[in-house]
Design a protein around this ligand. Structure first.
Ligand SMILES: Cc1ncc(C[n+]2csc(CCOP(=O)(O)OP(=O)(O)O)c2C)c(N)n1
Ligand SMILES: [Mg+2]
Length: 576
């Protein structure tokens, strides 16, 4: 150690380390644990030094999902700074969603100081420091993180950050959790003591292709197939995949189904797009491909054919995060789906004869007719406007669709009306759809903001159920929108409560007491006016009950977005 070297706090090296690993943003919900970081952020600003930009977010749920939206748009995980165990608990549901959707995010939390009598700088100096130390803080998010670590000393601040980053960015990507006690952040170290760990030498693991022989085996099955089918949910995270999948599906006459889709995986107007429900095709298929999908269908209500030959091509074919997993696959291949599909198409092209091509073309033609019939059916449904106080959700979504450009982004958290969104708002551009990631409601508010932050030129529409609107912390989202100039269009599909909960009770007890009493525990407070929630934040609000008032209201919302203000359209739709 050179005694003439400059000395800095751990917090200083921590900020440098964040920039070195490529963190552009810290989505922050600060507390007493962050004092050394806040101090250094100000010092960096004063000295014009590079540091991640901070976005202050009043609720952790919005902060974490905002980082997720940014990661979806850029492929790069960002930092989410939360307050000790309390903030971690508020972020836990988002970690569930991000873990399930394999989105990288670095959750950063302080730990309560451990000294009590001023032994070190940063010692306990307030009541909460005594009660914010649980036995195992990381256990709050352990089921939803790939990696966790408590920074033991600032001397390895950059090494720990590099490790956190490499794990979160390694395929399959996902959340990591790093904690740091306040005294650790205030430690002082000389510049020579704190090493950097560059990406070239310490970077992440990237998914690769697989053996040509394995894909040749899949090609052999497809060449002999009469009714091939393909399920996918998240292959479209790679924006090059929808075009490739279209080419493969057309070449081999494969029906593609997106059940509970997370992204736009195949242009919804492709002749091979078989819609969003397996229907009878699951039992009719002789050869099937599962491509980047967790739950391709629901076995208890959609029985599969025991004779179907399945291949599973997935970034995460092992499904390590699922205690139980038993979807069939005669061949399971783990790797990068774009590479696997590229090689599969190559193998097929090399071996396809005229007979195969003719059969495949006939299948494509038949599927195109079915797709046209589905679109016609959707158009018919959208023509029914509904009545006063109960707008038809089909009419609502079709009207929204007319206001959007193909590249605009639909964030679909409409729950039981999510299928209507997909039917009435066909997406054709890669990246133009984000679906329900996990099972924790309320992702779409933050997600929409993160997408907008990364892609300011796009219009981002968050479509939520009324129940989900509450979960998405709208006031917090509006605060971020206002403070950072991120206008988002929120559409609340208000069917008067939790249709999903009512329907679930009816599925288990179709003729039970709940039905007899019409008591579903699902009706939320009537006569709410969410337009006023928007107004409270200086955003534009519309409450619409009359179908005829819908289109002008949408136009006014779009105009508000152009002015840089968020808009909430609260639409009263067919009741649950
Ligand atoms: C954080 C969280 N709490 C509760 C649930 C259970 N849940 C699933 S769907 C649902 C109802 C959602 O209501 P709404 O957004 O109005 O959609 P609808 O069912 O009416 O279409 C609830 C409460 C959940 N998935 N996540
Ligand atoms: Mg509802």
């Amino acid at each position: 150690m050179d005694s003439n070297e400059a000395r800095h706090s751990t917090a200083h090296y921590f900020l440098e380390g964040l920039s070195e690993i490529g963190i552009d943003y810290l989505f922050c919900n600060f507390g007493t644990d962050h004092a050394p970081l806040i101090e250094e952020l100000a010092a960096f600003k004063g000295a014009n030094r590079k540091a991640p930009r901070t976005v202050l977010v009043p609720h952790e749920n919005v902060a974490a999902h905002m980082a997720a939206g940014y990661a979806i748009a850029t492929g790069r995980g960002q930092g989410v700074m939360v307050h000790v165990d309390a903030g971690t608990a508020n972020a836990a549901m988002a970690m569930h969603n991000l873990f399930r959707s394999r989105i990288p995010v670095m959750l950063l939390a302080g730990k309560a100081p451990y000294t009590q009598r001023g032994e070190l700088v940063g010692t306990r100096d307030i009541y909460v420091h005594f009660i914010q130390e649980p036995f195992d803080q990381a256990s709050i998010v352990r089921p939803y993180t790939k990696w966790e670590y408590n920074l033991p000393s600032g001397v390895i601040a950059k090494e720990a950050l590099r490790r956190a980053h490499s794990v979160m960015q390694s395929d399959p990507k996902g959340p990591v959790y790093l904690t740091f006690p306040r005294e650790t952040l205030t430690e002082s170290w000389s510049e020579g003591q704190v090493r950097s760990y560059p990406e070239e030498r310490y970077g992440p693991v990237r998914a690769q292709g697989v053996d040509a022989a394995a894909l040749d085996a899949v090609a052999t099955k497809l060449l002999a197939a009469e009714r091939p089918i393909l399920f996918t949910a998240y292959s479209g995270r790679n924006h090059a995949t929808p075009k490739l999948l279209d080419e493969l599906a057309r070449f081999a006459g494969i029906r593609v189904i997106e059940f509970n889709t997370l992204y736009m995986n195949l242009a919804h107007d492709s002749p091979c797009h078989g819609g969003f429900m397996p229907g009878k095709h699951l039992t009719e298929a002789d050869v099937g491909l599962l491509v980047d999908v967790d739950v391709p269908w629901i076995p208890s209500v959609m029985p599969e054919n025991p004779a179907t030959w399945w291949a599973h091509l997935d970034l995460d074919a092992e499904k390590r995060g699922f205690p139980m997993y038993s979807f069939p696959a005669n061949l399971r291949l783990q790797g990068d789906s774009h590479r696997m599909l590229t090689d599969l198409l190559k193998a097929l092209k090399a071996r396809a004869d005229a007979g195969f091509k003719a059969k495949a073309a006939a299948r494509v033609e038949a599927m195109a007719k079915e797709a046209a019939a589905r679109r016609e059916q959707a158009t018919k449904q959208a023509a029914e406007r509904g009545k006063q106080g109960e707008i038809n959700p089909n009419f609502l979504c079709a009207a929204l669709n007319k206001a959007l450009r193909p590249t605009d982004i639909v964030v679909n958290e409409a729950i039981r009306n999510g299928g209507v969104v997909l039917a009435q708002m066909p997406r054709t551009e890669p990246g133009s759809l984000v679906g329900l990631a996990g099972g924790g409601l309320g992702f779409s508010g933050g997600m929409a903001l993160g997408l907008k932050l990364a892609m300011p030129e796009r219009t981002v529409v968050q479509i939520v159920g009324d129940g989900t609107f509450y979960f998405s912390n709208p006031q917090s989202a509006l605060s971020v929108s206002k403070q950072y100039g991120l206008p988002v269009f929120t559409v609340v599909v208000d069917n008067a409560g939790w249709a999903a909960v009512k329907e679930s009770t009816l599925r288990v007890y179709p003729d039970g007491s709940a039905k007899a009493q019409q008591e579903y525990g699902s009706h939320l407070a009537p006569d709410m006016n969410f337009a006023k929630v928007a107004e409270a934040a200086g955003a534009h609000g519309e409450l619409v009950s009359d179908p005829d008032a819908l289109e002008p209201a949408i136009a006014r919302c779009m105009a508000a977005l152009k002015e840089g203000r968020s808009a909430i359209l609260h639409a009263k739709v067919t009741k649950l």
